[in-house]
Design a protein. Structure first.
Length: 130
């Protein structure tokens, strides 16, 4: 009883369950309390990150292309890499890969992961409504 009185007197907050649990073995995150996350704000931030990564990816590829390759692709401004991946990889191949395919893959994987996170957030929102 004394302990309870001390807590009620000095602690001015609520105990909240953790928002997520990360499994060390699989490195996957599970939301325990989806109501504790502002999913709309989360989605907006992920979308901003995706746009930033896409812009960076497009810029890296564009800067690696020679003027001749840009003319061959009939492009006067940076092309969207993910939408024109085959043609751009072909052009980069003709230039003996001036940029690392690994670097492109890392950015591409981050973009795809971000899109997956947005999809999962939308599914959580739907599940929370039910």
């Amino acid at each position: 009883p004394d302990l309870e009185n001390i807590y009620s007197k000095y602690v001015k907050g609520l105990i909240v369950f953790p928002l997520a649990h990360v499994c060390n073995d699989t490195n996957k995150m599970t939301l325990i309390n989806p109501q504790g996350v502002k999913l709309n704000i989360y989605k907006q931030k992920v979308e901003q990150a995706i746009k930033s990564y896409e812009k960076r990816l497009n810029k890296i590829v564009w800067q690696a292309l020679s003027q001749e390759e840009k003319e061959r692709l009939d492009a006067d401004k940076p092309m969207r890499y993910l939408e024109n991946k085959a043609a751009l990889n072909e052009a980069l191949g003709r230039l003996n890969w001036p940029i690392s395919l690994k670097e492109l893959s890392l950015l591409e994987n981050e973009i795809l992961a971000g899109k997956l996170y947005i999809q999962q957030a939308m599914e959580l929102q739907e599940a929370a409504k039910k």
